[in-house]
Design a binder for this molecule. Structure first.
Ligand code: SIN
Length: 589
């Protein structure tokens, strides 16, 4: 470390902003543009549904776009794994189909959100999901399943929805949508794609000037895995669309890339994040008793199966839907209700897993509408048309995220946050199933429009300092980094899962403090690698979740505190906001 670097304890204890200032001094120098650095108008981080939508809209308006993805664009994102579909009130000649209405979809979204959604945002989104989102996707080449009766589209139902309003392509909707969008992105002459690039940190005016006023985003540092070097990206705006944070926990439905990068990057840049304690678990992922691999991604059995009549059972030969003991909607209740009941019953009866009985859906419908689930179960020795499927819950979705305005804009000029990484106000304390896909498209488009309205075309972004690795050494021994991965994920799974209490959360905080201190020391001493950048991010995000969970001393939807089992509207019908300095406060909804 050079002389300007403070003691390690000060690094850890001080405000993050201080850390950023030091980082800029330590790691960067000014100089002429280098061949591997990038100058562009818009840098998009993440190539899922939100990122691709924004890229296409910006490029269509003539802007230069550079899209950075951590893996391969054509395969690796949570959006690909989206099984169920997109929720939207179906319209025919401009009118909702009989029995459905915007008001009903709004009501059900608010009911799931348990008082923490922004009702104006919910109304706006619901009224724009159809036709704006569904028809925009259709124009991009997505063929939603057609109806066999009357209405042009076949519609599924999922937990918490009282009507069939899920537009889908069998049970591989994400794959079809992403197939269509990625093709367009790849063909577009104004979009440059950079695969295998990991975003490190935003470059902001405040960081450069060591100031604290109104901030603006000037670019981003990205690590190019193939060439093992950091590229400096100078741009007019960064669109952060990195998706979820499932890898913060051991068992997740999420893709391997879901290491909460956007949450962590925005937090380190000083942006506030809301409701990070509300991590949604999915009730039905395939339970494979033969695998010893704990960290494997779990195969998701879409909630539309329960919407079509599948029921949850405690034991294989039960005939009863055990969820009826918890909620009159039975197995079709919202995810927070189902997963909490699952957790209680599994502890009570010492069960390792539960069962999903799909037999009442009928073999023909299973084989036509749920082809992917059927095939997966068959290859794992279960015929879901004839017998129940062993299932368990797994981490699925972050309801919390970076606080954004009505167009995905943040308080930092030139920084937009989209998709799962953003908190728009649509999802409150839990997300109603399939509301997030259309949100990605809607805000992808809105943010692009906002940028076009606020940033006139310009060839050159403001100059930014180039990344310089200084005297950092290559990281040769990977064992420590692997240990940090394991420590963070195990801590979160065991101490900050579905059921939480003060003791466990404080224990989690203690472990994370120590791991994060070591990680931050590592960051200063060694050259960055993908694994290391990711573990730095999951550790930071884990801490945001734990801090927010500690602050919310009540139970609400996805956040269940054994020591505060009641809803406490008087004190906590508010957003938990965690700021750049790590302090948590509450804000009016
Ligand atoms: C599912 O198909 O069950 C997942 C869809 C979602 O998370 O909204």
């Amino acid at each position: 470390m050079d002389g300007a670097t403070p003691s390690k304890s000060r690094l850890f204890d001080g405000f993050l902003l201080k850390l950023h200032h030091l980082e800029m001094t330590r790691r960067n120098i000014r100089g002429k543009a280098r061949e591997h650095d990038v100058e562009t108008e818009c840098a998009i981080i993440g190539g899922g549904l939100a990122g691709c939508t924004a890229a296409l809209e910006l490029a269509a308006a003539g802007r230069r776009v550079d899209l950075f993805v951590k893996g391969r664009l054509a395969r690796e994102s949570n959006s690909y794994l989206l099984a169920g579909g997109l929720a939207a009130v179906p319209l025919l000649s401009g009118k909702p189909l009989t029995g459905d209405s915007f008001a009903l979809h709004v009501k059900e979204t608010l009911a799931a959100g348990k008082g923490l959604n922004d009702p104006r945002v919910v109304k706006f989104c619901v009224e724009h999901f159809f036709p704006d989102v569904i028809q925009w996707l259709a124009k991009q080449g997505v063929s939603f399943d057609a109806s066999r009766r009357g209405y042009p589209f076949d519609l599924h139902r999922e937990g918490g929805h009282s009507r069939n309003r899920i537009f889908h392509v069998q049970d591989t909707t994400g794959m079809s949508i992403m197939g269509a969008l990625v093709k367009r992105v790849m063909e577009h002459p104004r979009i440059r794609i950079h695969e295998e690039h990991v975003a490190i940190d935003l470059i902001t005016r405040n960081k450069l000037k060591h100031s604290r006023g109104q901030d603006s985003c000037l670019g981003v540092y990205v690590y190019d895995i193939a060439s093992d070097r950091v590229r400096t990206v100078a741009c007019r705006a960064v669109f952060v669309a990195t998706g979820g944070l499932g890898k913060v926990f051991m068992y997740t439905t999420n893709a391997d890339v879901a290491t909460g990068d956007g949450f962590a990057i925005c937090h380190r840049a000083g942006l506030p994040l809301a409701n990070m304690e509300f991590v949604q678990f999915h009730p039905s992922v395939f339970y494979d008793s033969t695998t010893e691999v704990e960290n494997e991604r779990r195969f998701l059995l879409t909630e539309a199966l329960r919407g079509a009549g599948a029921i949850l059972k405690l034991h294989k030969n039960d005939t009863r839907d055990f969820m009826l003991d918890y909620d009159s909607r039975g197995s079709n209740s919202t995810r927070d209700v189902v997963t909490r009941a699952q957790d209680i019953e599994m502890r009570k009866h010492g069960l390792k897993h539960l069962w999903l009985d799909c037999t009442r859906i009928g073999a023909a419908k299973i084989r036509s509408d749920f082809r992917s689930a059927y095939a997966y179960c068959r290859t794992h020795g279960v015929d879901m048309t004839r017998e129940p499927v062993p299932i368990i819950y797994a981490v699925h979705y972050s309801n919390g995220g970076v606080l954004v305005g009505a167009h995905g804009e943040t308080s930092m000029r030139g920084c937009y946050v989209l998709g799962e990484t953003a908190f728009t106000g649509l999802h409150g304390a839990t997300r109603l199933a399939s509301n997030s896909g259309p949100e990605c498209v809607l805000f992808g488009r809105l943010s692009a429009r906002h940028f076009l309205d606020h940033f006139a075309p310009s060839e050159h972004p403001a100059p930014v300092p180039f990344w310089n690795a200084g005297s950092a050494q290559p990281l040769r021994d990977k064992t420590t980094v692997a240990y940090y991965w394991d420590a963070v994920r195990r801590t979160m799974t065991h101490l900050c899962g579905i059921s939480r209490n003060e003791e466990r959360l404080v224990a989690a905080r203690t472990v994370l403090e120590s791991v994060r201190k070591n990680i931050h020391d590592f960051y200063w001493n060694y050259r960055v690698t993908k694994d290391f950048l990711e573990v730095r991010n999951i550790a930071d995000v884990a801490m945001l979740i734990v801090q927010s969970a500690l602050a919310r001393k009540e139970s609400r939807a996805c956040h269940f505190r054994e020591d505060h089992p009641q809803n406490d509207d008087r004190h906590f019908r508010k957003l938990t906001v965690v700021r750049g300095d790590g302090l948590v406060c509450f804000r009016k909804v």
